[in-house]
Design a protein around this ligand. Structure first.
Ligand code: GDP
Length: 301
């Protein structure tokens, strides 16, 4: 009987306590977030897309009269970023290796990325982590192009007391990788970590070489190594490797020297692949599991 009256009072209450976010106000606040994200080195195209998506979702929304609209919009932005990270499903590499070991097979990981990003160092750090987790590991030097690449990987292997499979410079990188896999199978080694070239005459040659190694050894995991300090370049590299190699996950290096932090969001957004570990320094133990929550809070600090 009183339904009509009750709902009229409710509506009146709402009109008093709520207000609508208009386009002008939203645009002004989003502009500030846009600048902040770009200053954090999130790639321009990613910022543009995020902000326009957010804008279309919130213009016309009702918020409590006393709520700060900037807080409301920030919360929505954080939720969108969380969603992007949750869509790129995290991988538990150690568990994946255990499963393959149970089948009596070596787990093969191909590391991809351009020269100088920290790929070789990351392989050594990863080998160190695997050793400490109780797995046996060998390294394969499938970068047969860059002068010093074989010596560099060999030096890491010696320091970590690991075997490295290599041939001479100019050898077929896929053949080196296959040798390493065969060796692992015959010696029952749990994991093969393959270092690859990061630069060739053309990017097409490089991508074809990666595709050939992939065909020959059929890796269980392809990991892209990106440099956090490279900003927008890291994103275009990730996109190119993604297009040609369809990698499974990424490791971001040099985050200890990166005060901005935007590369992780840009890479996950543009490739849809998770960041699994972060390189946090130059020593073997400087490899940390990626944590979305602490990443997001550092982005908005
Ligand atoms: P590659 O050419 O991609 O194999 O790169 P390297 O592994 O040779 O690394 C290039 C440089 O980056 C070396 O001086 C490494 O010590 C350094 N580096 C690699 N990872 C990190 C990291 O997480 N933090 C810092 N500060 N330096 C790193």
């Amino acid at each position: 009987m009183f339904d009509k009256l009750r709902s009229a009072i409710k509506n009146l209450n709402k009109a008093i306590t709520e207000r609508t976010l208009d386009e002008k106000e939203v645009s002004k606040i989003l502009w500030d977030f846009k600048i902040a994200l770009m200053e954090s080195d999130v790639a321009y195209e990613v910022v543009e897309e995020l902000v326009s998506k957010l804008k279309s979702e919130i213009v016309g929304n009702k918020i409590h009269r006393f709520m700060n609209p900037s807080d409301y919009i920030k919360e929505r932005l954080i939720n969108i970023i969380k969603y992007i990270f949750s869509e790129a499903k995290q991988l538990n590499v150690l568990e994946m290796i255990k499963e393959k070991r149970a089948m009596g097979e070596p787990f093969i990981i191909l590391f991809l990325g351009v020269n100088g990003t920290g790929k070789t160092t990351t392989i050594a750090k990863f080998a160190n982590l695997l050793k400490k987790s109780g797995f046996s590991v060998i390294l394969a030097c499938s970068d047969t192009h860059r002068a010093g690449a074989i010596e560099q990987l060999t030096e890491h292997a010696e320091r970590l007391s690991l075997k490295v499979i290599s041939q001479k410079y100019g050898a077929d990188p896929a053949a080196v990788a296959r040798d390493a896999v065969l060796h692992a199978k015959s010696k029952r080694i749990d994991v093969v970590l393959i270092d690859t070239a990061g630069r060739m005459q053309t990017s097409k040659n490089l991508m074809e070489e990666m595709a050939k190694i992939t065909r020959v050894v059929n890796p269980d995991l392809k990991i892209f190594v990106g440099d956090a300090l490279a900003g927008n370049d890291a994103v275009s590299q990730a996109k190119e490797f993604q297009e040609f190699t369809n990698f499974d996950a990424a490791i971001l290096t040099k985050v200890d020297a990166d005060v901005k932090g935007g590369a992780a969001l840009s890479i996950v957004y543009t490739t849809g692949r998770p960041i699994i570990y972060l390189g946090t320094g130059q020593s073997y133990d400087d490899l940390a599991k990626f944590n979305v929550d602490s990443y997001i809070s550092s982005l908005f600090e």
